[in-house]
Design a binder for this molecule. Sequence first.
Ligand SMILES: Nc1nc2c(c(=O)[nH]1)N[C@@H](CN(C=O)c1ccc(C(=O)N[C@@H](CCC(=O)O)C(=O)O)cc1)CN2
Length: 290
Amino acid sequence: METKPIDGKAFAAGLRARIAEEVAGLKASAGLTPGLAVVLVGEDPASQVYVRNKAAQTAEAGMASFEYKLAADTPEADVLALVAKLNADPAVHGILVQLPLPAQIDANKVIAAIDPAKDVDGFHVVNAGRLAVGLDALVPCTPLGCIMLLKHHLGSLSGLKAVVVGRSNIVGKPAAQLLLKEDCTVTIAHSRTRDLPAECRTADILVAAVGRPEMVRGDWIKPGATVIDVGINRVPKDDGKTRLVGDVAYAEAQGIAGLITPVPGGVGPMTIACLLQNTLTAAKRQKGLA
Ligand SMILES: Nc1nc2c(c(=O)[nH]1)N[C@@H](CN(C=O)c1ccc(C(=O)N[C@@H](CCC(=O)O)C(=O)O)cc1)CN2
């Protein structure tokens, strides 16, 4: 069987172009410029790259970008004060605090302080709860991107068996909720799941979001299944440099999976494109335009 790669980079570029067009239309018709504030605390190298890319892609889409870079030893109270200021700023429609945060800051407290209407990460319990009960919500960007890719390539997901490996609040749980909303039969598997390989082999759609390099082996995949690899793991190479691998052993999946997202170039680029989509949605809702 031929295994086809899902080109998330190209899909994300198309999505960003459509968002930019809508932003231009909103500016012209309603005088509204969506604004996104991104807060980075500390100097984690990967986070610095993600935040830089977020700011650049926000500006490219014609939105207003507000960047806040705070020192690694910033007290929690200062981050909460900044969030309160951004909540009250009418030019800011979306607020994102880059994760992970330094140890002195409780991420749950910071997320809880964000106005749910501006929570473009979709991590606030109000948005998680709204998603769970089927109300309009701001949905976490990475799982939203996974569902967009799946629907684009498979059409209807109704009736398909989906296994999500990983139960994080950021990816695993919302991905499962979104698949359920698409009428999939969903299992959330994790490190304590009995016979994880056998569970994975039942999946028409296998979502790997565990953060462990190449944990999902080729013989865990049902022939013809669609594999969505959310992992972004940096592993050492022989020459002392590093390379990115996913949570799925990509080479082993060849000839077994029907479709698979590569790492890099699969789910990753969808994260920022969906952040822009959420910012546009948040801005429109705040102005009563959606
Ligand atoms: N507040 C948040 N923090 C974090 C999130 C998030 O959604 N909200 N997700 C991740 C990091 N992330 C965005 O913040 C992110 C990860 C990966 C990519 C991406 O484009 N990956 C590329 C490869 C990039 C590389 O070379 O390192 C790909 O997979 O092709 C974008 C955004 C954690 N924190």
